[in-house]
Design a protein around this ligand. Sequence first.
Ligand SMILES: *[C@@H]1O[C@H](CO)[C@@H](O)[C@H](O)[C@H]1NC(C)=O
Ligand SMILES: *[C@@H]1O[C@H](CO)[C@@H](O)[C@H](O)[C@H]1NC(C)=O
Ligand SMILES: *[C@@H]1O[C@H](CO)[C@@H](O)[C@H](O)[C@H]1NC(C)=O
Ligand SMILES: *[C@@H]1O[C@H](CO)[C@@H](O)[C@H](O)[C@H]1NC(C)=O
Ligand SMILES: *[C@@H]1O[C@H](CO)[C@@H](O)[C@H](O)[C@H]1NC(C)=O
Length: 703
Amino acid sequence: MLSLTTSYPEVMVDLVLQLQRLLVTKEKKKYFMKFRLSLSVAMAFRLHLVLIFSCINLICLSSQQETRFVYNGFDQADLFVDGLAKILPGGLLQLTNTTELQTGHAFFKQPFDFGPPESLSFYTHFVCALVPPKLGADGGHGIAFVVSPSMNLSHAYSTQYLGIFNSSTNGTSSSYLLAIELDTVKTIEFNELEKAHVGIDVNNPISVESARPSYFSNALGKNISINLLSGEPIQVWVDYDGALLNVSLAPIEIQKPNRPLLSRAINLSEIFQDKMFVGFAAATGILTSNQYILGWSFSRSKELLQTLDLSKLTQAPLPRDERNNLSYVLIGLVILLVILILIVLGGLYWYRKNKYAEVREPWEKEYGPHRHSYKSLYEATNGFGEDGLVGKGGFGEVYKGTMPQGKQIAVKRLSHDAEQGMEQFVAEVVTMGSLQHRNLVPLLGYCRRKGELLLVSEYMPNGSLDQYLFNHQNPPPSWFQRISILKDIASGLNYMHTGPNPAVLHRDIKASNVMLDSEFNGRLGDFGMARFHDPRGNLSATAVVGTIGYMAPELITTGTSTKTDVYAFGAFILEVTCGRRPVEPELPVERHYLVKWVLECWKQASLLETRDPRLGGEFLSEEVEMVLKLGLLCTNGAPESRPAMGQVMQYLSRDLPLPEFSPDTPGIGAFMPVSMETSSIIGVPNSSIPMFVTHTILGGHGR
Ligand SMILES: *[C@@H]1O[C@H](CO)[C@@H](O)[C@H](O)[C@H]1NC(C)=O
Ligand SMILES: *[C@@H]1O[C@H](CO)[C@@H](O)[C@H](O)[C@H]1NC(C)=O
Ligand SMILES: *[C@@H]1O[C@H](CO)[C@@H](O)[C@H](O)[C@H]1NC(C)=O
Ligand SMILES: *[C@@H]1O[C@H](CO)[C@@H](O)[C@H](O)[C@H]1NC(C)=O
Ligand SMILES: *[C@@H]1O[C@H](CO)[C@@H](O)[C@H](O)[C@H]1NC(C)=O
């Protein structure tokens, strides 16, 4: 590498460069720069001398005491520490923990020479973190960068004295102390105006200069405040060039501000002694903080100040933020609670929705007023409880209920699977609801659910007539009551046949469908639906339905008409008068069929014998006989021979005498029990099960 042609100085420079490459460490680099500088200057004089001088210079530099140091963490640092101060594994320098009223100090063990021939300047850059016990809470008391003649500050007090001063050093100039404080507690006796402040203290805890912690943002061109107690690392620069003392702060991610926070002209030669130690002091009071130094660089000259490698610094541990944790737990709990409530509400909603679910179809709109909500019926009947059950049969159950206004209702629950014909059926129900007659049980409305139809009618407190006729626990109705009920029913039926247009048929007149109101008036009702008995689930209006014994023979052939109702009414007359059902297979053969038996008795002139034995003696024989004959007249086999209901009313009230007829008159007593084998007939023979009223609107005919 050395060329013979190269001149001596060139060889020298080359040598030096090689030497430099060999020796180069980051630390030494600048020395060599300096060395090269001095070398080039010296080259202007005598090169030999230069070499010697340079060597001396080099030796001198290395033998001289340290003028700078850098700690990117304090793992290997040999520091003087006292009080609470200690170096934590990981390299953090902890000045205080959260023990109250304590101090902590850490000093670089070698003093620096601030004696007269030396320049007084010094430059330092450190990173600290003040972590209060709870983030966002107050902490205390603060830390300070200290230049002190002694490492022993054991006489110093904690709290506002920051472990630097005590009450007697307060105000004396004999302390020879400089401190740059980062104070987090306001001390009124020190004229501290801000709670958290940065101050320059000279021999005295009362700052000669202080400011609210902030930094000048080079990028934004304005001051931005810093929260000393954020727990985040804060960079601090203290620069003294011999005349001006500048202090700058910045968050860890921000570069050194172009403008210092504090700038103060101070002649430190009046304060410093020859040997001064540099280090940190910190104190706690009643308020405490974990106070850390993360990294520290110090130098006597600006150029030689080594940069801190911020990426190498160990983070100060932040407190487990209990408040936040608590609030997270709270938030979690609240969310959980909300979810639970939602689930419960959802379940409840679902349950209620199911509980009160109804079937509603568009065609029902026009029946709005007649439509009852299931919920209202559910509530009226106390949830269809056992104690509200007033009747039970093959069709379903009847419940007594009370509407909110106090009105008593009967709710009949009919199970059905038939949707076919439901629209027409509901139309009829609604039509029936519009029938207003004192001898009809008012139908108030209906409600539809899946597989269920509910019919709401007025509640009849005295039940149905059959319970008085056949249940021997109840007193038998007197003849007067019976004739009166017969008149009532005739009147109601007459209204149905002649009042509305088209006429409405009942189709299932019998004692169990005759209800008694509070005054014991007969009311045709129990608006159950015979068609719910149709095993085929057929709700067609033309289905042959009724009860055996009340069904006119022509039902199978020509179907229903007002005359089939008259036939049933005839059977009902006999039932009421004789106190037995139209068909009773348990009785002796000659009595099986009521119509035939009554006719036989008439033939044998013992018509009156057929009367109900429970009737007692209080009756008019002629009247009973007339009524029995009227029963036979109405059950005439030929529909055209039966009287209309209007006439029946007149016969009953004896406004009109019965037409002349004898047991031999054709059709009379021609009881032809509607063949029970006929599968097309839906009926229940004289059952104790309440049977159903079936009303059919006839298309105009049948008047
Ligand atoms: C205050 O500190 C000085 C040393 O700085 C010490 O000599 C003096 O005794 C201390 N005073 C008290 C009251 O502790
Ligand atoms: C202190 O700051 C001022 C600007 O405010 C600057 O002119 C001066 O050079 C700084 N001194 C040192 C020692 O950094
Ligand atoms: C920023 O802070 C410095 C030092 O405290 C102050 O002198 C200066 O006026 C402030 N500038 C603004 C814009 O507030
Ligand atoms: C500082 O004080 C010393 C001693 O009082 C004095 O000699 C020196 O000139 C002062 N320096 C400045 C910059 O004022
Ligand atoms: C019919 O009901 C009314 C009212 O509930 C009552 O006062 C009367 O005694 C009942 N009549 C019979 C015969 O039960």
